[in-house]
Ligand binder design. Structure first.
Ligand code: 13P
Ligand code: SF4
Length: 335
């Protein structure tokens, strides 16, 4: 059996095993070598582990990552993120190979809106425009009129005539936040949520704020309303990053996945960042899906060029329009 055949067999059975990689290997050097040899680009989301962020060619939020996936000249896109992000990259650059270091890196929010259920739901509201948060499956994108991310969601909603009713899916927290922010009443919201952003403890955050009276609470709009109500600033990952760099405060309580703190510390090394505590005893607020990717899996997927995203043509064709509309509106808004 060839090395690739063995790798694919293993992958099917177990996913990558970190143990397969020689622990003495200089992964940074090897990954950089593979990048050059294969004309590959590594795109990483802010929720990836620090080593992956540091080796990436581009780190960004969901909007920035899709813009980069659409414009790159590389032959291979290595997506250090989750499945729906890699699918979006494939829809935007179908001629390219798109690799995802761990194929099981899913998303609880995307899973909370199964396309077969949404299709039936949508049939009940034929005059509604469907706006889907990009954190949804590729098939959901075929049932969507316009995608959005947390960076452009307000612009997307406001681009739709006020008297046109909207179905917003899948995130109920972002949906409620948008409804409040834009004053849209004619909006039906699918009741999905992200497991990471729903875990923050109101009580523990309140105590933390009392102990750190000068700290500002910053939150991602996927958080529940009772957390958002307390926040000094609400924004996407890139919005939060910009805010912590530019704001006068020296201390921040960060209510989003803690991976972003790596970039916050890099951009403002003299400031203090406290991860918002979750409502369980485990002290972590890391996304278990995002964190499936490791340097070892990144190396293996680049070496063997697997697993790669393969989608039926009809999904690529029908899913693209909703992402293109989002990119057009974002461009006009200067995002
Ligand atoms: P943004 O980086 O676009 O804010 O999205 C956050 C997120 O949950 C990605 O899974
Ligand atoms: Fe999905 Fe939440 Fe993880 Fe983002 S943080 S990938 S929305 S589960």
């Amino acid at each position: 059996m060839t090395e690739l055949a063995v790798a694919q067999k293993n992958l099917k059975k177990n996913g990558w095993l970190d143990l397969e990689v020689d622990p003495t290997l200089d992964l940074v050097k090897e990954i950089n070598k593979l990048k050059k040899e294969k004309n590959a680009i590594i795109l990483a989301h802010y929720y990836q582990e620090p080593d992956i962020q540091d080796i990436a060619d581009y780190i960004g939020d969901s909007l920035g990552l899709s813009q980069k996936a659409a414009s790159t000249k590389a032959d291979i896109i290595v997506f250090a993120g989750v499945h729906f992000m890699a699918e979006t990259a494939k829809i935007l650059s179908p001629q390219k190979k798109v690799l995802l270091p761990d194929f099981k890196a899913g998303c609880s929010l995307a899973d909370s809106c199964p396309p077969h259920l949404f299709r039936k739901f949508k049939e009940k509201y034929p005059d509604h425009v469907v706006v889907s948060y990009i954190n949804c499956t590729a098939e959901m994108k075929t049932l969507t009129d316009i995608c959005c991310t947390s960076t452009n969601a307000v612009h997307i909603i406001e681009s739709i005539p006020k008297d046109t009713p909207i179905i917003f899916t899948p995130d109920k927290n972002l949906g409620a936040y948008l409804q409040k922010k834009t004053g849209r009443e004619n909006m039906i919201i699918w009741q999905g949520a992200c497991m990471v952003h729903e875990i923050f403890s109101h009580e523990k955050i309140t105590k933390l704020m009392l102990r750190h009276p000068d700290a500002k609470l910053i939150a991602h709009p996927e958080c529940e309303a009772h957390i958002l109500e307390k926040a000094h600033y609400i924004g996407s990952t890139s919005g939060l990053l910009k805010f912590t760099k530019e704001d006068k405060a020296k201390e921040f309580i960060v209510a989003t996945e803690s991976g972003i703190i790596h970039q916050m510390m890099k951009k403002a090394p003299n400031k203090t960042f406290i991860p918002a505590p979750p409502n369980n005893t485990c002290a972590c607020n890391e996304c278990p899906h995002m964190r499936r990717n490791t340097m070892e899996k990144l190396y293996l997927c680049m070496k063997h060029e697997t697993p790669d995203i393969i989608m039926p043509d009809w999904i690529i064709k029908e899913g693209r329009a909703s992402i293109d509309r989002m990119l057009e509106i974002s461009k006009k808004a200067g995002l």
